[in-house]
Design a protein around this ligand. Structure first.
Ligand SMILES: [Zn+2]
Length: 328
């Protein structure tokens, strides 16, 4: 079977650099393409698809990657706020069947930039190198990161976009696979109650949420056991949110927690300039770093300790796996 390579635009290179690409609507090309969207791409991909997750351009790897019959590089465009995607192919080419399938998929989700599906260019490094190597390559600008309409759609439908993209590459329907559950603790059932005497991952995740929401667990921390300290923290949270104060966690308390906690939307890593935000602050509260909202070396070290303790990959980066271990 011929192998295909999906390359993600921008991001980290092997010299420790980080190119965020274009930014807009609270994220960057590098972050967005490596977040939950990538998890979904991998979920639908089969073994004929590999992912190049670093910055191929910065690594100058277009000349070096081998064994692929097709290259698909993914980006988001800027700065239009009108939106729409398009596909860049080499000036000497006419669109092939895969180009057309990808174009149709982009049109379906994001519309086309200026109504035009294909742009031809001969002044992009990866495009030229693969053209010289006679390996079919296209650069997909999926939509505009600066378009609220495009990004609202992408954020709400990233799993479907990923599925359609993989189907366009493979030229066949893919089956829905159950959500990957490696290392992912089961979140508390939305109808069940969590209360004093309970223990396990449900409780540990609840405790992390309480910490992230600003409550304190000074003696025992998030130990997975619902004792007096956790009950007090639940009561304090309930009082603060002006809901029934009973120390028992049901749908209403979980809903209030969901309101105040950030959702996973980007990879957190120590880089320059430092990432800043409520997601950083939530993680800092869980790992016991000063909750200043800036992800620097101290936060990264504290995250490494958390990862080591919980037998996760120790890299100081909060990606989907570490995030879901913390917050379900
Ligand atoms: Zn880009």
């Amino acid at each position: 079977m011929s192998k295909k390579l999906v390359a993600l635009g921008h991001g980290p290179d092997r010299n420790g650099g980080w190119d965020p690409g274009a930014g807009g609507n609270g994220t960057t090309e590098a972050d967005w393409l490596r977040g939950p969207f990538l998890t979904s791409l991998k979920k639908y991909a089969d073994s004929s698809i590999d992912f190049y997750e670093q910055n191929m351009f910065a690594n100058r790897d277009a000349q070096r990657v081998n064994g692929y019959s097709e290259i698909i590089e993914l980006h988001l465009d800027a700065p239009s706020t009108v939106g729409g995607g398009h596909i860049i192919i080499h000036s000497s080419k006419t669109p092939d069947a895969m180009d057309k399938r990808l174009g149709a998929m982009i049109d379906k989700h994001f519309g086309l930039r200026g109504g035009v599906m294909f742009s031809k260019r001969n002044n992009l490094l990866n495009l030229n190198v693969f053209n010289n190597r006679r390996i079919p390559y296209r650069l997909c600008e999926l939509g505009f990161i600066t378009s609220k309409a495009n990004m609202d759609h992408f954020k709400a439908n990233y799993d479907q976009v990923a599925k359609d993209l993989i189907e366009a590459i493979l030229n066949k329907k893919v089956v829905d696979k159950p959500k990957q559950t490696n290392n992912k603790p089961k979140p508390a059932p939305s109808t069940g109650l969590i209360r004093k005497g309970d223990k396990g991952d449900n409780v540990r995740i609840l405790q992390n949420k309480l910490l992230a929401a600003g409550e304190r667990l000074p003696r025992f921390g998030a130990d997975g056991r619902f004792g007096d300290e956790t009950e007090d923290a639940v009561k304090a949270f309930q009082a603060r949110r002006k809901i029934k104060v009973d120390g028992i966690v049901g749908p209403q308390t979980l809903a209030e927690l969901a309101k105040v906690l950030p959702k996973y939307s980007r990879l957190l890593s120590n880089r320059s300039p430092m990432l800043q935000g409520n997601d950083v602050r939530a993680v800092q509260r869980v790992v016991g770093a000063t909750a200043d909202g800036f992800y620097g070396p101290i936060s990264a070290d504290a995250v490494k300790s958390y990862q080591r303790k919980n037998k996760l990959k120790v890299d100081g980066i909060v990606g989907p796996q570490t995030w879901s271990h913390m917050f379900g």
